[in-house]
Each structure stands twice: as structure tokens, then as C-alpha cells.
Design a protein around this ligand. Structure first.
Ligand code: G3I
Length: 345
């Protein structure tokens, strides 16, 4: 039933994932600005283990741009400074999303904003944020979760007001603000829903054919112990085919975790058994073997975990409050046997 070992992620004598996978995969994590004290425990874990970081919440429009004429960059600035001071690359998450986006974007007095007003606000937001960190934030999740789970475009407020137009416009605005940044379209369940993977492949194909500067598909990969690996590989391979249209096109794993509950299961805390432990270790090892295969082929170069350790994972609060164990680093930063399996690959 071993879930944890007695060694921490920042001990000098344990492997560093970023070193183990150097020149093969850049390994990262989602963090919050309170983690960014270099000598505190979280800061030591980050500096030892990770070569790329994403802010879990604080770079989203709700925090950066809560009112139309006020931007708040303090926390984003702290994140960028921490990355620069510690030689860690940075991802910007996220510019356009239906979640954590303040309502003012979509309103004009008592009515809905018009198509043109919404697009001009979106472009202004993107240009202001991306140009502030030009050359410093290497990758942007320009669009997040624009697809419906069953395929097709999500009928978000963005879509209802601006139709499909916001999609290319967001990439053009980001590219104008930083032509060298990698621009990503990011989504979940791409590995488990063929309909969603097909929609993504078709959408990105048409964007590329129309000269829209999209550089990568972000695979969030919020997985669970029951995720079908064969289907995952098939869907990922389908998306990898986009490279035919653009030789330097990439996939990224942007929000990896492995819940012990099935998708849609809202049961209370489970008791971790040897069965869970075996499935967890096998799945993580199989995943990383697949990532390494994709890295060899030049299509994947970055894998980011969604959270620093089990104790702070969003999955302890979603879809209900319960304990979850989705990462390679457990509570109190204690390493799991699965960490050593992966580090041995
Ligand atoms: O900031 C407030 C705080 O003032 C308040 O007291 C507290 C009470 O609930 O809520 C705090 O806000 C929470 C926020 O995280 C910051 O901690 C929200 O309730 C909570 O819903 C929000 O959850 C975040 C979620 O995005 C929002 O949809 C998760 O932390 C974050 O991990 C999650 O991240 C998303 C990615 O951006 C996109 N892909 C899916 C991924 C997981 O849902």
C-alpha cells in the first residue's frame, strides 16, 4: 500500500525530474505566487524539480484585468521575476477562456457587448498582457477550452457574441504582441473523446491553412486511473498529424494529473489500496514512456503537472471536497514510488 516514501522532492539525494529528462522533455508544474519563495519548501521543490512553470490562477483575466481600465500585474510580475532569477521558463495561462473572465468583457451598459466591442476588448487585453512580457514568457495558452465535450465549438459568451471570429483574432493579436512566443490552443479530454480530438484537429488544420499563427495544441491531460491508454494514444497521434501542415508544430502536455476517481464519480473519500497503487504506478510509467516516444519524434517537448503536490491539487475540491492523490509528489512533498519509476525511465 506504499503511497509515499520517506524522501522529499527537494532532498539533495533524490533525482530531479528536470535533470532526468533534460534534452528530452521540459518538466513543469502549476504554482501560485505564494509558492515562489526560493528558500521555502515549495520554492526548493520548484527549483530542484521543474524547468517550466504555469500560474494556476493568478494570470487569468479575472485577476489581471478585473475592470476594464485597471490591470493588476503585481503577481504576474512576481512569477516572471522568479522564473528569470531561477532559470525557469514560463507559460502564460490564459488569455481567452469562458472561466475566470470578468463579466465586463461581455457587457455594454445593460445590454450585451456587440461583436466588435468584444473583439476590440479581447485584442486590447491580449496586446497589453503579452507585450508586457514579450521575450520573457515563452508560451501562451491563447485560447482555453473553446470546444464542447461532445465535439463542436463551445457556446460560451465569446462564441455567442463573436461567433468563430474570436478564434483567429486572438492568435493574430498575441503574435503581433510577441512574434517569438509559442501560441497554444489548450483543452481537456482531447485524449478521451474522439469527437473532441476530431474537432480540434479540424479546427487547427483550418487555422493553419488560413495562415493563423497557432503553434501548438495543449493537451491538459486531467486523467484518471481508468483512462483508456489505447484511445489516448490514438487521439494524441491524430493531433500529432498536424505537423504535416507546419513542420515545427508541437503538442504540449499542459495540466497533467491522474485522479483516483472515475470521471463523473462524485463518491466520498476512497481508501487507497494496493490495487490503486499498482494502477497508479503502471499508468504513470506508461504515460511517460509514451511522452518519451513523442519527444523522440520531435512533436512533444513539454509536460506540466497541474499542481506542486497532492495536498494542493485542485482535485481535492472538484467535483466535491475529498482527498485525491493525483501527482508524483505527495502531501508534505514526500515522493511516491511512482516518482522513482518515472525518474528511472
Ligand atoms: O480567490 C477566491 C477566494 O477569495 C475565495 O475565498 C475562495 C472560496 O472558494 O475561492 C477563491 O477562488 C478559487 C480560485 O480557484 C482560486 O483559488 C475558486 O473558488 C476556485 O473555483 C478556483 O478554481 C480554479 C479553477 O481553475 C477555476 O475554474 C482551480 O484552482 C484551478 O486549478 C483551475 O484550473 C483549470 C485551468 O485553469 C484550466 N483547465 C482546467 C483546470 C482545472 O479546473
Amino acid at each position: 500500500m506504499a503511497q509515499l516514501t520517506d524522501r522529499t522532492a527537494y532532498s539533495p539525494d533524490v533525482p530531479s525530474l528536470k535533470e532526468v529528462f533534460r534534452n528530452r522533455l521540459r518538466i513543469g508544474a502549476a504554482v501560485n505566487t505564494w509558492d515562489l519563495e526560493p528558500e521555502a519548501e515549495a520554492g526548493r521543490v520548484i527549483r530542484k524539480q521543474f524547468g517550466i512553470l504555469t500560474l494556476e490562477n493568478e494570470s487569468k483575466p479575472l485577476y489581471v484585468h478585473p475592470e476594464e481600465d485597471r490591470y493588476f500585474f503585481d503577481r504576474f510580475d512576481k512569477f516572471v521575476r522568479f522564473g528569470e532569477e531561477n532559470g525557469i521558463a514560463l507559460r502564460g495561462h490564459t488569455l481567452v477562456w469562458h472561466g475566470q473572465c470578468p463579466g465586463w468583457f461581455f457587457r455594454d451598459g445593460d445590454s450585451d457587448a456587440s461583436h466588435d466591442l468584444l473583439l476590440s476588448r479581447m485584442k486590447e487585453h491580449i496586446k497589453t498582457v503579452v507585450s508586457r512580457y514579450r521575450g520573457r514568457v515563452a508560451v501562451w495558452d491563447v485560447l482555453n477550452e473553446v470546444l464542447r465535450d461532445e465535439g463542436g465549438l463551445r457556446e460560451s459568451r465569446w462564441y455567442r457574441i463573436a461567433g468563430e471570429d474570436y478564434i483567429p483574432a486572438a492568435f493574430f493579436a498575441a503574435c503581433e504582441a510577441d512574434p517569438d512566443a509559442r501560441l497554444v490552443i489548450n483543452d481537456y479530454n482531447l485524449e478521451s473523446s474522439e469527437a473532441k480530438a476530431d474537432t480540434m484537429a479540424a479546427l487547427v488544420e483550418s487555422l493553419i491553412r488560413n495562415g493563423v499563427p497557432v503553434d501548438a495544441v495543449g493537451l491538459q491531460m486531467h486523467l484518471n486511473l481508468y483512462t483508456d491508454m489505447e484511445l489516448l494514444k490514438k487521439n494524441v497521434r491524430k493531433l500529432a498529424e498536424l505537423r504535416r501542415l507546419k513542420p515545427d508544430f508541437k503538442l504540449e502536455v499542459t495540466e497533467l494529473d491522474l485522479s483516483c476517481y472515475r470521471w463523473g464519480d462524485n463518491a466520498e473519500d476512497l481508501i487507497w489500496t494496493e490495487e490503486h497503487e499498482r494502477a497508479f504506478r503502471e499508468k504513470y510509467a506508461a504515460l511517460f514512456r509514451f511522452y518519451l516516444e513523442l519527444s523522440e519524434e520531435g512533436i512533444l517537448d513539454s509536460v506540466v503537472f497541474w499542481g506542486l503536490n497532492d495536498g494542493v491539487s485542485w482535485l481535492n475540491g472538484f467535483p466535491v471536497r475529498r482527498r485525491n492523490y493525483p501527482l508524483l509528489i505527495g502531501r508534505n512533498n514526500l515522493l511516491k514510488p511512482a516518482f522513482f519509476d518515472v525518474a528511472g525511465l
